[in-house]
Write a protein that binds this ligand. Structure first.
Ligand code: PGA
Length: 262
């Protein structure tokens, strides 16, 4: 086990160097959508992507996880958020162990819709959630990304680097971690960053990881991904996969994205 400390005293411990993934990773994020009826759509997605050369995952509302885990075939079912504490008097909270018990294999952490006053995630809460998920045996997709104001001010690299340093401080890295770069202004807006901007941010993320831990994790892009733009986005060398919101809600729109990735 290797321990590395960077100039700013943030420390990451490396258990074993994760490889770049053998297959593209395509994650659907259903957000606050889906009733029991929607399990049919989960099955259609599972059938549609069966046999493709892609690692396909769905981050579902907590209410659907247990049943989807039974019906999702080769799909990996996960959650969208996790409570930072393991149990106790936290009305409405859902702990990582509860998600794992329901059949979740991974969770998103730090999605920009949680990094809002209502969602109440700041960098330190994201770090605690990440550790809670890990302790329960969930894989983590850590979401990072700048706001439109950050980008206008030219602060996007500094903001994302800080999100990564804070989230991964004193964490044992391994192949349980994936990072999704999702510019907040691209989510749900139909507006994409240029391929050059995605590549530049992925370079920033990889060099932040290299400075802290000397190795890589899989990097995704998310924000307004659709079947029409997936192939172009995936032409960026550093991209290991996609995080898809709205276009993951139906098999008709999601399966072609997976096919483009595979
Ligand atoms: P979008 O959402 O694809 O609807 O822009 C992506 C996300 O929020 O993960």
């Amino acid at each position: 086990m290797l321990s590395v400390t960077s100039g700013n005293a943030q420390s990451i411990v490396l258990a074993s160097a994760p490889e770049r993934p053998p297959m593209p990773i395509v994650v659907g994020n259903w957000k606050m959508n889906g009733l029991l009826d929607s399990l049919g759509e989960v099955e259609r997605i599972a059938r549609g992507v069966g046999g493709t050369r892609a690692d396909v995952r769905l981050a579902l509302p907590a209410t659907l996880i247990a049943l989807a885990a039974l019906k999702g075939g080769e799909l990996t079912i996960g959650a969208q958020d996790v409570h930072p504490e393991p149990c106790g008097p936290r009305t409405g909270g859902i702990a990582a162990t509860m998600l794992r018990d329901a059949g979740a294999r991974f969770t998103l952490v730090g999605h920009s819709e949680r990094r809002t006053p209502q969602g109440s995630d700041d960098d330190s809460r994201v770090a605690v959630k990440l550790q809670a998920a890990r302790a329960a045996g969930l894989e983590v997709i850590l979401c990072v990304g700048e706001t439109a104001d950050d980008r206008r001010a030219g602060k996007e690299a500094a903001v994302v680097e800080k999100q990564i340093r804070r989230a991964l401080c004193n964490v044992v890295l391994g192949n349980w971690l994936t990072i999704a770069y999702e510019p907040r202004w691209a989510i749900g807006s139909g507006t994409l960053p240029s391929l050059g901007k995605i590549a530049a941010m992925h370079r920033t993320i990889r060099s932040a990881l290299a400075a802290m831990a000397g190795h890589d994790v899989p990097l995704l892009y998310g924000g307004s991904v659709s079947a029409a733009n997936a192939r172009e986005i995936l032409s960026v060398d550093s991209i290991d996969g996609l995080l898809v919101g709205n276009a993951s809600l139906t098999a008709d729109r999601f399966v072609p994205i997976v096919e483009a990735a595979a």
